[in-house]
Design a protein. Structure first.
Length: 270
């Protein structure tokens, strides 16, 4: 009885996109720690709710293969998230909302069928991973700084690029998993470079994350949490296969941003 309840709660946690929303919030909080920003409850609530709503829309509207997992609790949770997003949006700056709107429009365009005007960004060759990486980096780096009305400089764009590289590298296990389902015309990374080639590209991306961490760190020992997180990401990347366990990518790989944040917080306490 208890095991069955825990299993159902776990499935809901993953399938409702709550897990991926916490992953986004983890990277968002890393930006706050890096720039020593004050806590922004409304922004965190907005991004959490927007992530849940957007991912559930993409997963269950645009992906027929996952519609069988959709159920009433997820629908209700998505509607509540949409309401929460609307309420928290009223407390954000106009610049933040404008960029968030542009990112939202990109997400909607991403899931439109390829035969619609301006639709189907994911069906354009090579673009799928770049679109997702750019959106994540913009959400976790640009939105909090815009909401604080901080002027952009070189450091901000370096952090944006670091987050984009991190996101790109951690997308690859998902693309390897979906290689047999994605249309060949999408030309995802595994389609073009193969599984091993994709892992090599992901490895280079993670090295880029480490190099940028070196550039961004005030003290060299501040790199240690990033090195640990990238090391774990590298292990997950190279253990990825087309025939993965059900939750390998959707839970374990998706949890890597939380591990990164945990390492940073622990390191600050030491």
């Amino acid at each position: 009885m208890l095991v069955s309840l825990i299993t159902k709660l776990f499935r809901f946690y993953v399938l409702s996109s709550t897990h991926v929303a916490f992953a986004v919030l983890s990277l968002l909080y890393l930006t706050h720690l890096h720039f020593e920003l004050s806590w922004q409850t409304n922004l965190f609530a907005f991004i959490f709710c927007a992530t849940v709503g957007t991912y559930n829309f993409i997963r269950y509207y645009a992906s027929p293969d996952t519609r069988s997992s959709f159920n009433t609790p997820i629908l209700v949770f998505s509607l509540i998230s949409a309401l929460g997003m609307g309420l928290s949006a009223t407390k954000l700056t106009s610049q933040t909302l404008l960029v968030a709107l542009l990112l939202g429009m990109m997400s909607l365009t991403y899931v439109l069928p390829s035969n619609r005007f301006f639709g189907g960004l994911r069906y354009l060759p090579y673009l799928k991973s770049f679109v997702v990486a750019a959106c994540w980096a913009s959400v976790v780096v640009l939105l909090p700084l815009l909401n604080h009305q901080i002027e952009f400089d070189r450091v901000i764009w370096l952090l944006w690029f670091q987050m984009a590289l991190w996101t790109f590298s951690t997308i690859i296990p998902f693309e390897i998993r979906d290689a047999h389902k994605d249309s060949k015309s999408m030309k995802t990374i595994p389609h073009v470079f193969g599984v091993r080639g994709s892992k090599m590209i992901g490895t280079l991306m993670l090295f880029g994350v480490v190099i940028l961490s070196y550039c961004l760190s005030l003290h060299r020992y501040d790199m240690i949490p990033t090195l640990i997180a990238c090391g774990l990401a590298l292990v997950c990347l190279w253990k990825s296969t087309i025939q993965q366990s059900t939750y390998y990518a959707s839970f374990w790989v998706e949890a890597l941003p939380m591990v990164w944040l945990l390492m940073v917080v622990i390191w600050k306490w030491i």
